[in-house]
Design a protein around this ligand. Structure first.
Ligand code: SF4
Ligand code: SF4
Length: 285
């Protein structure tokens, strides 16, 4: 089962809850930190890193000798990563999405492909938890490419938790692709509600079933819970705004490891999700 933990906005406690969920399980679990612009699940899980390798994307390399200046490469590039300047084709590497269209359509062989490093994947272990994190290099934009590389590391593991990037843009879509369930972490505030609704819209389009964990519950006016009740959205847990949890997290310690009651509660969340996913599978069989 692959469970994504996502939030419509940053700073909701998504990573804390991803790590807590992984920590609460008694069996082997793989945690994929797909928040590749700022992976920080490792700050709570403290894995021993075993491997690290670079992630590349293909980019075109231009050779002017045989170029006929036809401009075909420029017109097929939907990302505006190529420009014809005088009698030269300029490649803007940072804008290139590595689709290969320009190389394919160039009939003179003036464009060839090279690999450009844009980030890395790091693999390690923290007890029963296999930890994989992606890191996008500074100034790079192709987060989905690094996220896909991180996801390949799950290698068909039976329990996978994905710590998604925040928001609802392309990196989130890449992280949510092929997951069985999404736990939305939402704060009880006007922004929290708005961003949770945006994420729900994305999940509905992607046909990903979801439930909600309200984090720092008690700080707001209950609007997230009211909305979930009205819409029939399952609220799987409410984690209160609690000084002990905040203190532990701030010191890089998992609240589930220190407060047994919370380990049990998070384990129950996993079991409930498991029940919903198997129910859905049985229903569609
Ligand atoms: S590989 Fe694709 S995105 Fe990159 S320059 Fe060529 S056409 Fe544009
Ligand atoms: S498609 Fe090839 S030949 Fe035409 S302008 Fe681009 S590089 Fe030159």
């Amino acid at each position: 089962m692959i469970v994504a933990v996502a939030s419509g906005k940053g700073g909701t406690g998504k990573t804390t809850l991803s790590a807590a969920l992984a920590d609460s399980l008694e069996q082997e679990v793989t945690l994929l930190d797909c928040d590749v612009e700022e992976p920080n699940a490792a700050l709570l899980l403290h894995p021993e890193w075993e491997d690290r390798y670079p992630v590349h994307t293909p980019v075109p390399v231009y050779q002017a000798d045989c170029c006929t200046q036809c401009g075909e490469c420029v017109s097929v590039c939907t990302y505006n990563a190529l420009a014809k300047i005088g009698d030269w084709i300029m490649v803007f590497n940072q804008l290139c999405h590595g689709c290969g269209a320009c190389v394919y359509f160039c009939t003179t062989g003036s464009l060839s492909e090279d690999a450009r490093e844009i980030g890395s994947v790091q693999c390690g272990r923290s007890g029963r938890i296999q930890v994989v994190q992606g890191l996008l290099n500074l100034g790079e934009v192709l987060a989905p490419t690094v996220i896909k590389a991180v996801k390949r590391e799950s290698g068909g593991a039976s329990r996978v938790i994905i710590d998604c990037p925040p928001g609802t843009s392309c990196p989130v879509i890449a992280a949510l692709d092929q997951v069985d369930f999404c736990l939305i972490v939402a704060e009880d505030s006007a922004f929290g509600l708005h961003d949770m609704q945006a994420l729900m819209e994305v999940l509905r389009v992607m046909h990903v079933p979801f439930g909600v964990i309200v984090n720092r519950a008690g700080l707001g006016d209950g609007r997230v819970l009211r909305f979930c009740r009205q819409e029939g959205v399952k609220v799987l847990e409410s984690v209160p705004f609690d000084r002990q949890i905040a203190r532990l997290t701030g010191r890089g310690r998992l609240f589930t490891a220190e407060i047994p009651e919370w380990r049990e509660k998070m384990r129950r969340v996993w079991s409930e999700v498991e029940g919903m996913v198997s129910g859905a599978r049985a229903g569609s069989a």
